[in-house]
Design a binder for this molecule. Structure first.
Ligand code: FES
Length: 107
């Protein structure tokens, strides 16, 4: 299991134990984390699972794919250097402790 922290748009922090290999969108939505719409179900086709990757573990994230970068052009909230689509991040030991701040709006 991999510990990850989500910060909901309200500022509420939710710490979860993620199963390795699950996308962080799946982890969040299956645990009721607020603010992630995930309209496409994780196909990198909606940009409604937008989060900002924070904390030291963010440096260990694999870089976004071309497809993720293209979809990040469509996010509703401000796009920042830390912007990621949570459906494209898999839980893995190297991201233990990652903080994902959920974007304030998704569409
Ligand atoms: Fe649609 Fe992530 S759930 S892009």
């Amino acid at each position: 299991m991999v510990e990850v922290v989500f910060i909901e748009p309200s500022g509420n922090e939710v710490t979860l134990e993620a199963t390795e290999g699950w996308s962080l969108m799946q982890v969040a939505t299956s645990s009721g984390v607020e603010g992630i719409d995930a309209e496409c179900g994780g196909s990198c086709a909606c940009a409604t699972c937008h989060c900002y990757a924070e904390g030291e573990a963010a440096a260990n994230l694999p870089p976004p794919s071309e497809g993720e970068l293209a979809m990040l052009d469509n996010v509703a909230a401000e796009r920042r250097p830390s912007s990621r689509l949570s459906c494209q991040i898999k839980a893995a030991p190297e991201i233990e402790g990652l903080i994902l701040r959920v974007a304030e709006v998704q569409s």
